[in-house]
Design a protein around this ligand. Structure first.
Ligand code: FCX
Length: 434
């Protein structure tokens, strides 16, 4: 058995037993109370699921197994310029332990070993119009691999419950291994006339993805390592993660569950915001007729966007109440690697201008930038200006977190998720009888 699978099995088995006995002895422990505002307001803050791989603090941001983003950057094995490898984060999310460089290299090799994409997937993608949104192509590409699901096959053969996690592990590893190839294929068929680039198995996961997209620039490889690490997981309640969790709880296999989650990521209030941000900045630059807008000009444009009844993309968050550490990590990257970029200076000026304006509206709970406020400007800098593709990059990264969490869910024997809904008539009656 692979070292990672072996280590996971040991951890998961003991946690499964501990969780069962703890729940048996303390099942009536109250962990939350739910208000009407939460029921009507999108279930914000309600504690209602287990998610082992990461937890989000409203002020400090994401922690992967207790490690903040700066701590992850220090602790995980990295590429030549010091950016963490996402392989290491996947290992950490599954085992709770920081891997050695050798363990990360072994995982890179394992993913290369599993990376063959069936020809039918490419044929399926080639049957789509090249102007189909890249996120639509991604979910179709993932669904075209579903017939390979080991979980589905073994379930049909009568696999016992105790083996679910094993089959989900196999599917998840295969899907993660294949995703960069499928995602790069979508990019090259959509924007580069179908001039595809073969994988290079001498490279790590991120550098190989960068290579297949069309870049062998060392700085861009570093950006991809950082990007694929920081977008991977944001606890369980966000729309893409929760969707994967919900669909997976029906024992749909990881291909079905992950593609469902990608349809949630494709919404403009979630992952599509990274394309919306850069689109909004380019429209502003066009409108103002300058690549170096002043803060006053930006403030006017922000006001105009709000007056048109639209949101400012890349700002606000359902949980966070401080600037997103994922924004800050990308800003630090730009400070270190990129000098004299008008676009990046504009992103930083927007950061100075937007929060006080949103705060002055009196209703926005978090006026600060989120992860999507910065990523597009970095990608444009390295020549990737096709912004309708950006959410696919987010999706490749998000696979690591949601699929690691899915393996945990099956190992912990989590049941079908089925919260309760009520009608507005029920609410009115409760209020009347209160
Ligand atoms: N610009 C303008 N208005 C905003 C706003 C923004 N960036 N963020 C929140 N608001 C408004 C809401 O639209 C809402 O107005 P309403 O009462 O008239 O409907 C009010 O402020 C209260 O919303 P709030 O509680 O602060 O935020 P929510 O938890 O409801 O929503 C999101 C959170 C992220 C959806 C919201 O801040 C938003 O629309 N932001 C812009 C889109 C975006 O950047 N999404 C990416 C988020 C994330 F990082 C990701 O998932 O990738």
């Amino acid at each position: 058995m692979e070292a990672l699978k072996q280590k996971f099995a040991e951890k998961a088995l003991s946690l499964y037993q501990e969780l069962r006995s703890t729940t048996k002895a303390n099942g009536s422990l109250k962990v939350d109370e739910v208000t009407l505002s939460q029921v009507v307001g999108g279930a914000r803050g309600i504690k209602m699921m287990l998610w082992e791989t990461s937890q989000l603090d409203p002020n400090k941001g994401i922690r992967f197994r207790g490690y903040s983003i700066p701590e992850i950057k220090e602790a995980l094995p990295s590429g030549p310029q010091g950016e963490p490898k996402p392989e290491g984060l996947f290992w950490l999310m599954l085992t709770g332990e920081i891997p050695t460089a050798e363990e990360v290299d072994a995982l890179t090799a394992e993913w290369h070993r599993r990376a063959d994409v069936p020809e039918a997937v490419f044929t399926t993608l080639d049957s789509l119009p090249t102007d189909a949104h890249p996120m639509t192509q991604l979910t179709i590409g993932v669904m075209a691999m579903q017939s390979d699901s080991i979980f589905s096959r073994r379930y049909a053969e009568g696999m016992p419950k105790t083996e679910y996690w094993d089959a989900v592990y196999e599917d998840s590893m295969n899907l993660i291994a294949r995703l960069p190839r499928v995602a790069a294929y979508i990019y090259r068929r959509t924007f580069k006339g179908g001039d595809h680039i073969a994988p290079d198995t001498s490279l790590d996961y991120s550098a190989n993805y960068a290579h297949m997209l069309g870049s062998d620039d060392e700085d861009f490889r570093s950006l991809m390592r950082l990007y694929l690490t920081i977008h991977a997981d944001h606890e369980g309640g966000n729309a893409s993660a929760h969707t994967v969790h919900l669909v997976g709880s029906t024992l749909s296999d990881p291909y079905l569950a992950f593609s469902a989650g990608m349809n949630a990521l494709a919404g403009p209030l979630h992952g599509l915001a990274n394309q919306e941000v850069i689109k909004w900045i380019f429209e502003m630059i066009d409108n103002l007729g300058t690549k170096t807008p002043t803060k006053e000009q930006i403030a006017d444009y922000v006001q105009q966007t709000l007056d048109e009844g639209k949101v400012i993309p890349g700002y606000g968050h359902a949980v966070l109440r401080e600037p997103d550490p994922r924004f800050t990590a990308q800003r630090r990257f730009a400070e270190q690697y990129i000098h004299d970029s008008d676009l990046i200076s504009t992103v930083w000026k927007i950061f100075d201008v937007v929060p006080p304006i949103l705060q002055s509206l009196g209703k926005v709970k978090n006026p600060w930038p989120n992860v999507d406020a910065h990523s597009g400007a970095l990608l444009v800098h390295y020549g990737f200006s096709e912004f309708s593709y950006y959410t696919v990059l987010f999706g490749v990264s998000r696979a690591l977190g949601v699929l690691a969490a899915g393996i945990w869910s099956r190992a912990l024997g989590m049941p079908l998720e089925r919260p309760k809904s009520v009608t507005s008539e029920w609410v009115m009656n409760q209020v009347k009888n209160n």
